[in-house]
Design a protein around this ligand. Sequence first.
Ligand code: SF4
Ligand code: SF4
Length: 164
Amino acid sequence: MLAKNGIPEMEELSFRIPPKERLAKGPVVMVECFQRIPCNPCAKACKSGAITLGDDINNLPEVDYEKCTGCALCVSKCPGLAIFIIDETYSEKEATVSLPFEFLPLPAEGDEVDVLDRSGNVVGKGRVLKVRNGKYEDKTPVITVAVPKELSMVVRNIRVGGAK
Ligand code: SF4
Ligand code: SF4
């Protein structure tokens, strides 16, 4: 599916999913980048050295999950909107997903929004916890949304205002 329509299926994603043990410790990055292109803003943005590309800028980014603090500073810097922060420790029933969002209107903190899968299908409702939209984000706001825990690896976008 990835080669056909750009949407990865779970088995194509498997090498991008952080290890269970790391997910159990708190927020962590998930880099959904699959194509060898000359691109490295993710590695430059990470002050912890958790994302590296080696000596060829065409390499796929590699992640050292133990170095990742879940700070989300890399999310807005990826031109492919391919980086997400997952926190499966948020509460007993909910996880959070922090995602890049370049649509208007922006949601407000506390809003209930539709949550979408990688194909744009509505898969449920989420609650907006945080909207980062400062100078650093540079017009790529980062939205943190609480979702049912079983959707932590499914939700990758939101829709503000419901169906039109
Ligand atoms: S979330 Fe923070 S620590 Fe983790 S890879 Fe991104 S910039 Fe680095
Ligand atoms: S910035 Fe985004 S598209 Fe570029 S290498 Fe990093 S993850 Fe891939």
